[in-house]
Design a binder for this molecule. Structure first.
Ligand SMILES: *Cc1c(COP(=O)(O)O)cnc(C)c1O
Length: 299
């Protein structure tokens, strides 16, 4: 499995002497997408080592992580249980329908109950209810996920100055930061509103991974487009034209926002002439079918 580097060409950056590559983590695996594969890899090994036969995790109804855990369970021979936030809607949306077809058992809990998703008492109760599963947090973020995400940067075969990545829980960014060990500049693009809360979260994740504190990274919080899974016409238009120009599939929750933000920063002169930038495509394309269905549009 590999994630090739694809160079993107455009006058927008080349006129400023900037070179841009995409690290195609979306091509790592056909169904365990992008960063979710990185985050699951060592968790799956740990679950096997501890002899669990079931994986249990949490997510919203369109969650890339839910789809990835369902696919990983099928491929690596675990039963899978998905605790889904909110009510059941039939027919299942494309994400949950995929998860169910990969054998995942879906349980729906209220938004209030969902807030307990990291409460140790609640997790112990779930473990009792479901026969001692290996529990993976929402979004897959834990110390083993951070370890897996350090590998995003260990196989980039070119020299570069900046690396950009979309961010949800911050696990992927924490892995990139830890993997680089203080080298280069890391820019994280939060998909959620109020992304500043992530700063502390990421510092803690890095600290727990290797006890280090790095200063070569920043959060660019201006490109959340209203928050998680909110859709703006301007963003959809950008995604459509970027996809066409570069033959690069994007989605509106994470990678579309990151590329929009990156191109905007380039246009505003954020990067010095001669900068070499790697943008990480974290995958998530499975979510597009649900978007298209929900909004009645084609991406
Ligand atoms: C889950 C996801 C992210 C966010 O990763 P975190 O580790 O939670 O920050 C980014 N991009 C895509 C496509 C994702 O599916």
């Amino acid at each position: 499995m590999e994630a090739p580097l694809q160079q993107l060409h455009s006058k927008v950056w080349e006129a400023q002497g900037i070179a841009l590559w995409v690290k195609r983590e979306d091509l790592l695996h056909p169904t365990i997408s992008g960063n979710k594969w990185r985050k699951l890899k060592y968790n799956l090994q740990e679950a096997k080592r501890l002899q669990h036969d079931t994986l249990l995790t949490f997510g919203g109804a369109y969650s890339n992580h839910i789809a990835a855990v369902a696919a990983a369970g099928q491929e690596f021979d675990f039963k899978t249980i998905g605790i889904i936030r909110g009510e059941k809607h039939l027919p299942l949306n494309p994400t949950l329908s995929f998860a169910a077809s990969a054998g995942m058992e879906l349980y729906y809990i209220s938004r209030e109950a969902y807030r307990q998703k990291s409460d140790p008492v609640y997790l112990t109760q779930l473990a009792g209810q479901f026969g001692d599963p290996y529990i993976i947090p929402e979004g897959g973020t834990n110390a083993l996920a951070v370890k897996g995400c350090t590998e995003i940067v260990s196989d980039i075969p070119i020299d570069y100055d900046y690396i950009c990545c979309a961010s949800g829980t911050g696990g992927t960014l924490a892995g990139i930061i830890a993997g680089l060990g203080g080298e280069k500049q890391v820019l994280g693009f939060p998909a959620l509103k109020g992304g500043e809360f992530l700063r502390e979260e990421i510092e803690q994740l890095v600290d727990r991974y290797n006890g280090q504190h790095y200063h070569n990274w920043q959060l660019i919080t201006d490109y959340h487009f209203g928050g998680y899974a909110k859709v703006k016409l301007e963003l959809l238009d950008f995604i459509r034209s970027f996809q066409q120009e570069h033959s690069l599939p994007l989605e509106p929750v994470y990678t579309g926002k990151m590329f929009y933000g990156l191109v905007d920063l380039i246009q505003k002169g954020y990067f010095p002439r001669g900068s070499r930038i790697v943008a990480v495509h974290t995958g998530g394309l499975q979510g597009n079918a649900g978007f298209e269905e929900r909004l009645g549009i084609a991406l």
